[in-house]
Ligand binder design. Structure first.
Ligand code: HEC
Length: 278
């Protein structure tokens, strides 16, 4: 194998390796599955090394009259990679100086070392292009922004799922969808004790100005959530998610002042809403 051929091989080897890995950086940046990219990269690398070894062996074989090298592919590969001079020929490359009996061999720089050296230079170019020319170099900054974006998205989802709705944060939601959802929850779960129109039965009248546990969306939500087990009002937090409890509480607010068919007499204390919306 001629020297030129060898260098070309080495060059192709490293170009492929580096393109392969620069690909990896580019793709992870774009948010592809890292695992997948790693696997592909590994397969390509291993394949390439295998092909390279195979070629090296074929080329060595040509110069190998006795078939010695072919017997040991690894040996031939190592030889190709280190370009070391065999022991019996060391005399030829011995320097002519002598330091107290210590002599020096004029070995050439092994190819593997050069591969690494030129490889790092090549890698730096690819790296620069990927991160500073194509990308803006703010790798951490971008990661941070992505994470913040992701967190904001998750928060939005949590808000929509009602995870943040509790007796402190609950608000009266007066839109058609919420009120009709609340009405549905009410007719499914509550009418047995509070009557169809909220006029009361086993449970108190929910349409008047008198509340045992206080009126207003927050108190109503709290009673629905925790219940008053001792008095026959169960806790609903295991059966209704927070947004449903908010909906039914909002629905109860809208019942205020309506005229039930057979209203139960007022129980509890007079409750005056401070603002009409809360
Ligand atoms: C098994 C009967 C029963 C069911 C079903 C029931 N409640 Fe009650 N509820 C009661 C009783 C009894 C009380 C009164 C508790 C007390 O005296 O402290 C009450 C009280 C309440 C209060 C507080 C009233 C006040 O004056 O402070 C609200 C609000 C309420 N219920 C809403 C609901 C909602 C909403 C549902 C359906 C999701 C529901 N209840 C289902 C029996 C029931």
């Amino acid at each position: 194998m001629k020297q030129v051929n060898k260098n070309i091989f080495a060059f192709i080897f490293f170009i492929t390796l580096l393109l392969n890995y620069s690909d990896l950086f580019a793709e992870t940046n774009a948010g592809y599955d890292l695992n997948y990219v790693m696997k592909i990269s590994l397969i390509v690398t291993v394949l390439f090394i295998a092909i390279l070894m195979w070629l090296a062996i074929i080329y060595s074989e040509k110069n190998d009259v006795n078939g010695e090298i072919l017997k040991s592919p690894l040996k031939s590969f190592m030889k190709w990679l280190t370009r070391s001079v065999p022991l019996e020929k060391e005399e030829d490359i011995m320097f002519h100086h002598d330091f107290d009996g210590i002599r020096e061999l004029d070995n050439r720089i092994p190819p593997w070392f050069n591969f690494l050296f030129y490889g790092t230079i090549f890698f730096s170019i690819i790296y620069m292009i990927v991160f500073h020319v194509v990308g803006d170099g703010n790798v951490q900054d971008n990661e941070y922004k992505l994470e913040v974006q992701q967190a904001a998205f998750e928060r939005e989802m949590l808000i929509r799922s009602g995870a943040f709705i509790n007796e402190e944060t609950v608000t009266f939601v007066n839109d058609v969808a919420t009120i009709s959802e609340g009405k549905e929850v009410f007719s499914k779960n509550c009418v047995a004790c509070h009557a169809n129109d909220g006029g009361g039965g086993v449970g108190p009248n929910l349409t008047d100005d008198y509340w045992i546990h206080g009126g207003g969306i927050k108190n109503i939500f709290k009673v629905i959530k925790y219940g008053v087990p001792a008095k026959g009002m169960i806790s609903w937090q295991t059966q209704l998610d927070p947004s449903k409890m908010q909906a039914v509480a909002s629905y109860i607010i809208t019942l205020h002042g309506t005229k039930p068919a057979s209203p139960k007499k007022p129980e509890g204390n007079f409750w005056k809403e401070e603002t009409t919306t809360n």
